[in-house]
Ligand binder design. Structure first.
Ligand SMILES: Nc1ncnc2c1ncn2[C@@H]1O[C@H](COP(=O)(O)OP(=O)(O)OP(=O)(O)O)[C@@H](O)[C@H]1O
Ligand SMILES: [Mg+2]
Length: 166
């Protein structure tokens, strides 16, 4: 019987399930990161022969890294350095089983600065749509706190490429 622990771990990434891996980071949580994340996704996912997923992957990476940059910034929108003069860090990880892509964004922004929360934006709201978009595009998404790494991780699972067999 599958243990509860295993069930809880179901969305997590076991290396054996995801033979393809590419990672970017640590990166300081700065405004230049979403652009870098987008081009990294395009290059890696296309290189894996999954070009059909590259645009969605790019979009999700942009939303998730953008959220970290915003959470890391001060009230004035500028980068906020901690007492040791350091920026919060983030990592982008891409994993694939040759059909699906799992995308993870890890960050060290303290939980007191907020946690990922799906909002229901009204028509005239200027923000609050990013995670809704991620949820709409992806088969599944979620986030967890990783105390051992002093980090949180937001993950998203892109649907498998549908291949037409000729
Ligand atoms: N990595 C994160 N760390 C801390 N809080 C987060 C993180 N990601 C998301 N959040 C929180 O979840 C909320 C919803 O995120 P979402 O991307 O849906 O909207 P938004 O970033 O506020 O606006 P938009 O994406 O439309 O520009 C954010 O406002 C923020 O409070
Ligand atoms: Mg957002």
């Amino acid at each position: 019987m599958e243990s509860r622990g295993a069930a809880l771990m179901a969305p997590a990434a076991r290396a054996s399930d995801w033979p393809l891996f590419a990672g970017l980071g640590p990166l300081g949580a700065l405004e230049t990161v979403p652009r870098l994340a987008r081009s990294f996704c395009q290059m890696v996912v296309s290189g894996w022969g999954l070009a059909e997923l590259a645009d969605d992957c790019e979009l999700i990476a942009s939303e998730l890294t953008g959220n970290v940059v915003r959470a890391a910034a001060g009230a004035d929108g500028h980068p906020r350095y901690d007492d040791r003069g350091q920026l919060p860090l983030l990592w982008l990880r891409l994993l694939s089983d040759h059909a699906r892509v799992r995308l993870e964004v890890w960050d060290t922004v303290p939980l007191e600065r907020g946690v990922p929360l799906l909002r229901h934006a009204a028509d005239d709201d200027e923000s609050g749509r990013g995670l809704g978009l991620v949820a709409a595009i992806c088969d599944d998404w979620g986030w967890d706190h990783l105390p051992a790494h002093a980090a949180k991780r937001v993950w998203a699972l892109l649907p498998a490429v549908e291949r037409v067999l000729l």
